[in-house]
Write a protein that binds this ligand. Structure first.
Ligand SMILES: Nc1ncnc2c1ncn2[C@@H]1O[C@H](COP(=O)(O)OP(=O)(O)OP(=O)(O)O)[C@@H](O)[C@H]1O
Ligand SMILES: [Mg+2]
Length: 512
């Protein structure tokens, strides 16, 4: 039985190779003759050969972009089959520093799928184009040919090729160099002009991870858990009829690690990051266009949302017009009306445009997206913008507590305990110092000087004492509008619940 199978397989392979070489010879003959020969050859082949061919060309019918299937096959073969190919070629990936190994032209790769044997060939043929090409090699069209026994037709077309597509896409995602995108300025530029992307990108190489992020371990774990649950919840989101996306609001004073946390999130989930500069967006239509151009598995970030667009100011003015009672001031928690969409004051992105961006019908395109807003002043934001469902999770990044300090001490000094820890713990309970400032004190002072843990910690104690004195001096002067003090009050209630939110040096609130 096995010997019989081998004989058939060998014969099939030989026939498939012959037909493939035949198609290569044809490509160098005059067009009319080639067509006739091709018809004869196909008839002959179908008479004698039980094998079928499927060709997957590099460019689709429209010839502008490379076919998705071709790219997936390329990735699939490079990953799954290169081990079996005898001739391989290595290239530097387009956006990556990694070497990509793929099957060399005219080489054969054998694959098996549910007991069926499938042969793959990579080849290229010269295209007689009417268009003059500026780029060498542009007239060459690459293609893959898959050959299989006709009794496996349903299996290959119905199951194997979809499997190759899915696996190939997964390999592409695994091997890709993640990217950091930023939106191009819109002045003098038409977002609908073809051939020009609305986003520019650079490789995303931020080294921050949750392990190096200084915050309370329990809160950190809760965030990691939430992110991982989101990543794996495709079916759940489909079941409950929700777009597969999640919003996070990171708020807290400057230097408390909001941007660092975004980088850690991207590294944890292996997502791209789209850093959206809202002030460079002309209007709501352009904002929507930007959203459509983002891909799945990405984090869309709008930093300092309260400064990006004067949502509060516009709303206050609208509010004033309508109610003739509210002040120009942001008015904190007062509900406000939407901004005037027709008013042209540099940017026409309105609150309603932004809300649409987050959870309008368009926001469901593609799926698997996280949207993050950061702000130093949560209270300035419109409640509609940050309500649950839009910003599902509110994370307060606050001044450095002792637990956060221990993470920094571990990162910078490789220590978990020290005789000065007690004093530092007490001082951190009394003084507001951001993780950025604490980290600065733990950095070695000079390159020549050997890193000295004692000196670093003593320096930190000194800085904390100095900050304490300054705070006391301010208090003495009767200055009570200091933002730090307000935050300090909430920090001193570490771990206690207030208005349904966890208050602490690292606070996390969630709707679930
Ligand atoms: N929680 C933290 N854990 C580790 N490092 C931190 C943390 N917070 C701040 N840092 C350090 O301080 C620097 C500044 O932090 P980051 O830019 O994340 O602050 P931010 O909250 O985004 O500030 P801003 O509101 O000004 O944008 C970072 O480069 C990082 O090294
Ligand atoms: Mg920041």
């Amino acid at each position: 039985m096995m010997a019989g199978m081998d004989k058939w397989t060998g014969l099939g392979s030989a026939l498939a190779s012959f037909l493939f070489l035949w198609s290569m010879v044809q490509s160098h003959l005059p067009v009319a003759f080639r067509h006739r020969l091709s018809t004869w050859a196909t008839k002959l082949a179908s008479l004698f050969s039980p094998y079928l061919h499927v060709t997957i060309s590099e460019y689709g019918a429209e010839r502008f972009s490379r076919s998705d299937l071709f790219l997936a096959v390329e990735a699939y073969l490079s990953d799954a089959c290169t081990r079996r190919a005898r001739r391989l070629k290595a290239e530097l990936g387009k956006d990556s520093k990694n070497l990509q190994v793929s099957v060399d032209d005219n080489d054969e790769v054998t694959d098996t799928f549910r007991g069926a044997t499938i042969w793959w060939y990579a080849a290229r043929k010269l295209q007689r184009s009417q268009v003059i090409s500026f780029y060498p090699g542009q007239d060459e069209r690459r293609f893959y040919q898959v050959v299989f026994h006709r009794r496996h037709r349903d299996l290959v077309v119905g199951s194997y090729l979809p499997h190759v597509l899915e696996e190939g896409r997964a390999v592409t995602v695994r091997n890709r160099q993640r990217r950091l995108f930023t939106n191009n300025p819109s002045s003098g530029w038409n977002p609908y002009r073809s051939g020009k992307g609305v986003w520019s990108h650079v490789p995303f190489e931020h080294p921050a991870t949750f392990a190096t992020l200084a915050m309370d371990p329990a809160d950190k774990e809760a965030i990691v858990d939430d992110l991982e649950a989101f990543r794996d919840a495709k079916d759940y989101y489909a079941k409950v009829g929700k777009a597969w996306k999640r919003g996070y609001l990171l708020h807290g004073p400057p230097g408390t690690g909001k941007s660092t946390m975004i980088a850690a999130m991207a590294n944890l989930l292996d997502y791209d990051v789209y850093d959206l500069e809202l002030t460079a967006v002309k209007n709501n239509t352009e904002l929507r266009k930007l959203f459509i151009e983002t891909t799945g598995k990405s984090i869309i970030v709008i930093e300092d949302i309260d400064c990006s667009v004067d949502l509060t100011g516009k709303r206050s003015k609208a509010d004033k017009k309508n109610k003739s009672s509210s002040s120009e001031d942001d008015g904190n928690n007062n509900p406000k009306l939407p901004a005037d969409p027709d008013k042209d004051d540099g940017t026409k992105v309105t609150l309603s445009g932004l809300l649409n961006f987050i959870d309008g019908l368009w926001s469901a395109c593609g799926g698997e997206r996280i949207i993050i807003f950061t702000t130093n002043h949560k209270e300035k934001l419109d409640p509609a913008l940050v309500r649950r469902g839009r910003m599902d999770k509110h994370i307060e990044m606050s001044y450095c507590g002792f637990e956060a300090f221990k993470v920094l001490a571990g990162n910078y000094l490789d220590i978990t305990d020290h005789e000065l820890f007690g004093e530092i713990r007490q001082l951190l309970g009394e003084v507001n110092m951001t993780p950025a400032d604490v980290a600065e004190n733990l950095m070695p002072m000079s390159k020549k000087k050997k890193r000295d843990n004692n000196a670093c910690l003593e320096g930190l104690v000194e800085a904390l004492n100095k900050a304490k004195q300054e705070e006391e001096a301010k208090k003495g002067q009767g200055g009570d509008q200091d933002q730090g003090k307000e935050d300090k009050t909430s920090e001193s209630t570490e771990g206690k619940m207030s208005n349904g939110e966890i208050k602490g040096s690292e606070q996390v609130t969630s709707d679930n």
